[in-house]
Design a protein around this ligand. Structure first.
Ligand SMILES: Nc1ncnc2c1ncn2[C@@H]1O[C@H](COP(=O)(O)OP(=O)(O)OP(=O)(O)O)[C@@H](O)[C@H]1O
Length: 290
């Protein structure tokens, strides 16, 4: 049984084709990032997958059941944006309501609130919440029924570093426990921290990428004589670029030891050396011609 199986999924708004015969299968648990520029169709895609809005054509199966079956909603969760929250209700009310729907004990409320660190404001009305506090509540709501598959639309929006770190830890923990998370986000640096698997949405199609195949490793070096080093390294076939405060080298067939030895044998001092991995932002730039 696949965790997620999509075949020939299409959705248009009037003449605008947002999803164009998309097919995708996910068989292994983990985190999958959904990425694309504003207005490309990420929210539409998540809404169609969870059957909040109907597709024009195509089929979706979540955890082996059609996304139109009632069973699916016991096992999945969809964290939408905070417009689904009610200002005059407390965080507790929201979580208790979901426990009732899922026929779970209300003991699950403090459990899940504690998990996302919102015990202090659980009993306050949502109207008094900051953006980050609302994001915590939404994540807690998504976790109430211990779902095996979670769709998250921009869960990192408006979070301070403390909250972003906490949510990252929670996502990684859930993934480790076997949950599959489809995470729509514009925060590419954060995505690189949680997953190598990215679904880029472009022109109505998904481009599935394993970042392990696309990462570029460069070394940034601060040197006593950068110009001399550039000449020497170029002669030896290294791919070198000048930086404001040093040089950048991309290794191809050479090892890091080759690089260091080549510099040292000309008595050039290496003041600093850093490994820099270029992640999804580079790929995003080339895919969307930024
Ligand atoms: N109900 C609707 N009626 C008509 N057009 C819509 C509707 N909902 C979305 N659209 C259009 O569909 C396109 C995709 O919108 P969507 O919200 O799915 O994009 P997104 O990738 O989630 O954007 P963002 O990153 O800004 O949240 C946009 O051009 C949008 O204007």
């Amino acid at each position: 049984m696949s965790i997620l199986s999509i075949s020939n999924l299409s959705k248009s708004y009037k003449k605008q084709k947002v999803l164009n015969r998309i097919s995708l299968t996910i068989d292994t648990p983990g985190i999958w990032a959904l990425v694309g520029p504003n207005g490309v169709g990420k929210t539409t895609f998540l809404n169609v997958l969870t059957n909040l809005i109907p597709a024009d054509s195509g089929d979706v199966e979540l955890l082996g059941n059609s996304n139109k079956s009632f069973q699916v909603f016991k096992e999945i969760a969809y964290l939408q944006d905070n417009t689904i929250l009610f200002d005059y209700l407390t965080g507790y009310d929201h979580l208790k309501y979901l426990c009732d729907i899922h026929k779970l004990s209300k003991k699950r409320v403090p459990e899940v609130a504690g998990y996302v660190g919102m015990e202090n404001y659980l009993k306050k009305t949502v109207g008094s919440y900051s953006l980050g506090m609302k994001q915590h509540l939404l994540l807690a709501m998504a976790m109430v029924n211990k779902p095996k598959l979670i769709f998250l639309d921009e869960p990192l929006n408006g979070l301070d570093p403390t909250s972003a770190i906490l949510i990252r830890k929670i996502l990684l923990e859930l993934a480790e426990q076997g949950t599959t998370i489809i995470l729509s986000s514009h925060n590419l640096a954060e995505i690189d921290r949680v997953t190598k698997r990215i679904l880029f949405l472009k022109n109505g199609k998904l481009i599935e990428v394993d970042m392990n195949d696309h990462e570029l490793v460069n070394y940034h070096l601060v040197l006593s004589e950068p110009s001399k080093a550039i000449t020497i390294l170029n002669e030896k076939g290294f791919q070198v670029e000048e930086l404001d405060n040093g040089i950048k080298v991309r290794l191809q067939n050479q090892s890091l030891n080759n690089l260091i030895d080549s510099i040292k044998e000309h008595a050039i001092e290496i003041v600093d050396i850093q490994k820099v991995i270029s992640g999804s932002e580079k790929l995003y730039e080339s895919l969307y011609e930024v």
